[in-house]
Ligand binder design. Sequence first.
Ligand code: 13P
Ligand code: SF4
Length: 303
Amino acid sequence: MDKNQLIFEIERLKKERNAIILAHNYQIGDVQDIADVVGDSYALAKKAASTDSDVIVFCGVHFMAESAKILNPEKTVLLPVLDAGCPMADMVDKDGLRRLKEQHPDAKVVTYINSSAEVKAESDVICTSSNALKVISQLDAKKIIFAPDRNLGTYIARKLPEKEFILWDGFCLTHMRVKSEEVRKVRELYPEAKLLVHPECSPEVQDLADFLGSTSEIIDYAGKIPEKEIIVGTEEGVLHIMRAKYPEKKFYLLSPGLICPNMKKTRLEDVYEALLHNRNIIEVDQEIRMKSLKALEEMLRLG
Ligand code: 13P
Ligand code: SF4
């Protein structure tokens, strides 16, 4: 099938099955273009919680589809490419988190949405990069265990000096590729440009940024500022939306390493096949689902 036929068939199947397609901002342009909603982790989780479709096709990575299933047990959630995972989510496990909780019984556990259902089930509340500050600042505990992203954790810890943070030592392989030396060189190359960076980058890179935010916050901020040149310090998928939304502006990717191989696995063919054959259904164990749901609902309440 050529691209137009694929798009036609996906649209047809979507209607036939009463399905919604959610796509993360890092997906390839073709997949973003056929999605009903394109957004950051928080917007997609909220949409997954409120949709009345029977089927959710989640074009993203595993933890995102799993979160959609936790929030929507009665719906069919499909992940078009089953091995599209998030290496950072795999850096934290439930047993390790339990041990840390035992060492710090007075701490509240805040877990980044980039984590498995099992790890979420061990957590008091979930957060994303767009609501982490809002969520954590509302917690009454002074001590916070934050997992798994040490860079996002450091960013929040710096904003909330009144709290004590115990950070898990996880990180995003893609965002950690950016080195501060590289940032200085790109800034010299484009001295008029503003630098917008995701807090998954290292604290050294965060320090050199003009703005820090989630993928959607970066996209929105680029539209609000008067500058016509923007250096983008997050995965390259956001450029597709930014260039379409703001054709008068010029965007430069901060580093050629800013490509998440897992986010790039999903193609139109995979979306079509998943819908056609009801392939790659995401399931979550009931006990784990109930516990992780509590933590996700707490995020939706506070965020
Ligand atoms: P956002 O919530 O900012 O979209 O981030 C998700 C992610 O995986 C970033 O690498
Ligand atoms: Fe995970 Fe990083 Fe890819 Fe986001 S960009 S999905 S954190 S590996």
